[in-house]
Design a binder for this molecule. Structure first.
Ligand code: ADP
Ligand code: MG
Length: 256
């Protein structure tokens, strides 16, 4: 691996659920420091694409490379699984995912949520993890909420806790799947601010979002998916200010 090796490279990926072809040959490359926004109508395959990168879904054709190494499933039929345990840990640690619905453990405090995976999955020292967890909770602006339970927090605070949890894995890249879609408009902004700060830090991120303002603001690259294919991609300026495809023009109108 060299400095030029992309953190994540999707090559001509194809994925179907039974007869339904969902991803029909998608290629996307993210180098270190890139922020790639994935936009497109509901059902265009955005979540499926992220889930394939994180080994949550299998695919039929094409390749996904993490730091130059193909990630793969193994076995066949009912024994098919997301590769060996080492690969799963390597990929999920380094491509840490933030979900629309936060997915926090309800029976654990916020601090416990953030500390859980580094300790149980990575076997890190508890004291060191706690220090890091407090650091990341401070970074996302909820350093005072560590002892509270998820249900005691607003949606925006819960999502920021989920981002701190992802950061505490010290990943190579963050994958966001509509991180602000479950939030009331007034709470969206506090999460957007955290994502903008992460972009300024130079974090590598793939962000599925319906928020075109955020995409325009933080992205190095915007990819518009339409029915499982890349319909248009480019810099935010190209995609938003110099839109080529009629489908993208229509989509952008519908989001305003
Ligand atoms: P998006 O995130 O862009 O809204 P998705 O990736 O969730 O789109 O879904 C793409 C298509 O795949 C949709 O038609 C959806 O119904 C279908 N799909 C998603 N997950 C499954 C699944 N587990 N089984 C069958 N079909 C699915
Ligand atoms: Mg989705």
């Amino acid at each position: 691996m060299t400095e030029q090796t992309p953190v994540l490279e999707i090559r001509d990926l194809h994925k179907s659920y039974g007869d339904l072809d969902v991803i029909k040959g998608v290629s996307i490359t993210a180098h270190r420091g890139d922020v790639v926004s994935l936009i497109g109508s509901s059902g265009s395959g955005k979540s499926t694409l992220l889930r394939c990168c994180n080994l949550l879904e299998d695919s039929q054709n094409g390749e996904i490379l993490f730091q130059g190494e193909p990630i793969s499933w193994a076995g066949s039929g009912p024994n098919r699984r997301p590769g060996d345990a080492k690969q799963v840990i390597r990929v999920r640690t380094n491509l840490s995912m933030v979900f629309q619905q936060f997915n926090l453990w309800q029976h654990m405090t916020i601090l416990q949520n953030v500390m859980e995976a580094p300790i149980t999955v990575l076997g890190r020292d508890k004291g060191e993890v706690e220090e890091k967890a407090r650091h990341y909770l401070n970074q996302v602006g909820i350093g005072d909420k560590g002892n509270m339970y998820p249900a005691q927090l607003s949606g925006g605070q819960q999502q920021r806790a989920a981002i701190a949890r992802a950061l505490c894995m010290e990943p190579e890249a963050l994958l966001f799947d509509e991180p602000t879609s479950a939030l009331d408009p007034e709470l969206e902004q506090e999460v957007i601010k955290v994502i903008k700060d992460l972009a300024k830090e130079g974090r590598t991120m793939i962000i599925v979002t319906h928020d075109m303002d955020m995409a325009a603001d933080v992205s190095t690259q915007v990819v518009f998916l339409h029915q499982g294919l890349v319909e248009e991609q480019g810099s935010p300026d190209q995609v938003f200010a110099n839109t080529q495809s009629e489908r993208l023009k229509g989509f952008l109108k519908s989001t305003r």
